[in-house]
Design a protein around this ligand. Structure first.
Ligand SMILES: NC(=O)c1ccc[n+]([C@@H]2O[C@H](COP(=O)([O-])OP(=O)(O)OC[C@H]3O[C@@H](n4cnc5c(N)ncnc54)[C@H](O)[C@@H]3O)[C@@H](O)[C@H]2O)c1
Length: 289
């Protein structure tokens, strides 16, 4: 848990899926009250039990006390209507990756969250400026791009569009630091920093494997032992999901036009064969269980 007490006391999180629940857990463990909103009540129940197990694990490993764990759980409230976010001092949106959906949500957040210092999107691939397009004043809108699992990985990319005010960026930056994460600043550009580097890296590794230069195991071993990476690019591709990698590569290629982003044939073939990686038990590698 971070040492300092955050200035922001009340965070709104919209979307209680993989990312929203992880972001909520991070804030709760920093002593922040979290209002979590999802249209799907079942998803809110799943998010609550995911957060509860995450907190229980920290208590059982003695990383936090039982009292801290109980206080974190007590500071979470869940709702299915967006209006419940009124009064939030900062908001993070983590709903499904759909520009129409995000634009309509941000239009509503502008009035519902009139007092929020920042209204952030956790989008991985959409333009922050475009997400804020229907708002009359987009100056509070920025990107806060967390990594999966958000409750574990320390990095947050702070994505700054041309329309953002310094006040909104400073408030979001201070919030990220107060929750024990490390922010890096990046312009509102396709794929930001990490994915902009990771996607062509994974595609190059796939091309190398496709051309028979080395086995998949040796390509990954070489990157782990020669570069000090904790996971090789092909195992990473299987973890991300080969269908997701293909979609992201295609959309980045449309926006950036870099030939290194052209998906290799082997990637298309694996996806059409239903070999999507860990989630289907088989991708580039076989995955047990
Ligand atoms: N999964 C990742 O690895 C990852 C990493 C970084 C960023 N992201 C981004 O985070 C966002 C969420 O991704 P995820 O993986 O958590 O998705 P997810 O599918 O797990 O969760 C999305 C949630 O949004 C909810 N939702 C849909 N419409 C809504 C609405 N109108 N109001 C409230 N809730 C609504 C859904 O019910 C669902 O629970 C996306 O923008 C994605 O690009 C994902």
């Amino acid at each position: 848990m971070p040492d300092s007490t955050p200035d922001l006391k009340r965070l709104g999180v919209l979307g209680g899926g993989t990312m929203g629940s992880g972001i909520a857990q991070t804030a709760l463990l920093s002593g922040i009250d979290v209002t979590l909103v999802d249209v799907d009540a079942g998803q809110l129940q799943r998010a609550q039990s995911t957060i509860q197990s995450g907190v229980d694990r920290l208590v059982s490993r003695e990383r936090i006390s039982a009292e801290q764990g109980s206080a974190a759980i007590a500071a979470l409230t869940t709702f299915t209507d967006l209006e419940s976010l009124a009064g939030s001092e900062g908001v993070i949106e983590a709903v499904s990756e759909n520009i129409e959906l995000k634009q309509s949500i941000f239009e509503r957040l502008e009035t519902v969250c009139a007092d929020a210092a920042f209204i952030a999107s956790n989008t991985s691939s959409l333009s922050i400026q475009e997400i804020a397009q229907r708002m009359s004043d987009p100056s509070r809108v920025i990107g806060l791009h967390y990594f999966n699992p958000a409750q574990v990985l320390p990095l947050v990319e702070v994505v700054v569009p041309l329309t953002a005010s310094d006040e909104a960026v400073d408030a979001a930056w201070a919030f990220v630091e107060a929750t024990g994460k490390t922010p890096v600043r990046v312009k509102d550009t396709p794929a930001f920093i990490v994915n902009r580097l990771l996607v062509p890296f994974c595609l190059s590794a796939l091309r190398l494997w496709e051309s028979g230069v080395a086995t998949a195991e040796d390509i990954d071993r070489a990157c782990q032992l020669g570069l000090g990476h904790s996971m090789g690019p092909l195992a990473t591709a299987d973890l991300v999901g080969l269908d997701v990698l293909l979609d992201v590569a295609e959309s980045m290629q449309r926006e950036i036009g870099d030939p290194n982003l052209s998906p290799p044939t082997i990637l298309r073939r694996l996806v059409s064969a239903g070999r999507l990686g860990r989630k289907t038990g088989r991708g580039i590698f076989e995955h047990a269980g």
